[in-house]
Design a protein around this ligand. Structure first.
Ligand code: PFF
Length: 450
């Protein structure tokens, strides 16, 4: 794509729908509830909110601004703004993260297709815990079925990205995001009218500070990164398509607010049901795919609600996966001057192949890297290593290397709007974020043990 006719978002609502679409994903509806379930409910929620405020939002603001200054993809951004410096590596880390995340993301999103069909066909009627477990394990360790759905999901992602920003990502996000809100509100209303809804709500909102451990903080930090889509250049890429008129600060706050709201709404949809039907809230990653079908099977019109839930998960996954694919596509299009169509098809095929290996590694074949399945390895490498690394570098870059005046000028739209908390923002970039992420990082690498 020539730079003089560069595609971009056409409206404020389009920017918010697309960026919130990126942030709101499997991370909110599948990952957040089981992590909060594993980490004692309300105690986790408050730590998570603090992480979003002090860590996620500043990095998001920084990424948006860098993208809008450079007006190029994430890799070229650092080449342009920090030529011949170590920071160029940030873009490549982002590219690798995008490849890793998308590979396993498509697999999980693909399972939703299968679960939508299963709920419609009545496979979840009179479900017992053993049967729920069996259905899930048969699916994930199967050969053809999960691969078929993963590839279908990846091609759906590629189909949207093919049309570019205005006519692809923006257009579909504006349709899919309201749909997502409608579905989650229907599910919430249903959940809140269940018998033991109060127990579920008090699990979610009762802040028992004695339950906060170091592990809670680490989990909350990782979840905040993943959920807000920061640390890998997604928001740099989206920022490069945002018009100079938009207020980047309020955009970031809106996106973070919507992301957190959906995570909490997902919790409200899930925990009242979990408590009403005596499911263990700490049943881990299977919460959505094993416990929830059981919950739905015990509900009046449960098949319909199950189907709605997995459509919700699929829609949320789709608006995130397009943002991840766009990181790779924007780079290849712009740096190698190849058409968007060719690049999108090629990237979709390559990522799908990696997704096939992920899917097979879940039990059908033994495909291990560093003593874990290929899928678990990509998940670990991206969330625990690449995203924190990207975020710490972006933070140090903004705190110490990049011209502060230029950054402030971008955030204030050339002095037209105010930038409150400027000092706080730079304190976070310079000291707080590098310090906190270093600790998570060292802990995850087992270099320190706190
Ligand atoms: N934020 C997405 C989610 O919560 O599912 C996942 C994600 C999207 C992570 C884009 C990183 C990213 F760049």
């Amino acid at each position: 794509m020539e730079s003089n006719s560069r595609d971009g978002f056409s409206s404020k609502i389009g920017v918010i729908a697309a960026a919130a679409g990126s942030a709101i994903g499997l991370g909110n509806i599948w990952r957040f509830p089981y992590i909060i379930g594993d980490n004692g409910g309300g105690a986790f929620l408050i730590v998570y909110l603090l992480c979003v405020l002090t860590l996620g939002i500043p990095i998001m603001i920084g990424e948006f601004a860098l993208g809008r200054i450079s007006r190029v993809n994430a890799i070229a951004t650092f080449r342009k703004l920090a030529p011949k410096s170590i920071f160029s590596i940030v873009g490549y880390i982002g590219l690798l993260s995008a490849f890793c995340i998308l590979s396993f993301y498509g697999v999980v999103a693909g399972w939703c297709f299968s679960y939508i069909l299963k709920s419609l066909s009545g496979a979840f009627n009179n479900l017992t815990p053993d049967k729920a477990d069996l259905i899930f394990n048969n699916l994930v360790s199967g050969g053809f079925e999960p691969i078929f759905w993963q590839v279908a999901f990846m091609f759906l992602t590629g189909f949207i990205v093919l049309f570019g920003i205005k006519n692809g990502i923006e257009k579909y996000s504006k349709i899919l995001m309201p749909l997502l809100f409608i579905i989650i509100i229907i599910l919430d209303i249903r959940a809140l009218t269940l018998a033991n809804a109060n127990d579920g709500l008090s699990f979610l909102f009762k802040f028992d500070f004695s339950k906060i451990t170091l592990n809670t903080i680490f989990m909350a930090l990782g979840q905040a990164f993943f959920s807000l889509s920061v640390g890998m250049g997604t928001m740099i890429t989206y920022g490069s398509y945002i018009s100079k008129k938009e207020n980047l600060l309020t955009t970031s706050l809106n996106v973070a607010f919507a992301d957190t709201l959906v995570a909490v709404l997902a919790g409200i949809a899930i925990f009242p049901a979990v408590f009403t039907f005596n499911i263990d809230p700490s049943s881990g990653a299977g919460l959505a795919f094993i416990s929830l079908p059981m919950v739905f099977s015990k509900m009046f019109m449960g098949n319909i609600f199950a189907c709605l839930f997995f459509i919700l998960l699929l829609v949320a996954g789709l608006t995130s996966s397009i943002s991840i694919l766009e990181v790779i596509v924007a780079f290849l299009c712009e740096d190698f001057n190849i058409s968007r169509k060719k690049v999108t098809i090629l990237t979709t095929v390559v990522v799908s192949l990696s997704g096939v290996i992920c899917s097979l590694s879940n039990g059908f074949m033994k495909i291990n890297l560093f003593n874990q399945s290929y899928m678990d390895f990509l998940n670990y490498l991206s969330s625990n290593f690449l995203l924190p690394l990207g975020a710490i570098l972006i933070s140090v870059f903004l705190g110490y290397y990049f011209d502060k005046k230029l950054f402030v000028k971008e955030l204030t739209n050339d002095g037209e709007i105010k930038l409150p908390f400027e000092k706080l923002l730079f304190f976070l970039f310079k000291f707080f974020i590098p310090f906190i992420i270093s600790i998570i990082f060292l802990q995850n690498l087992n270099i320190i043990k706190l």
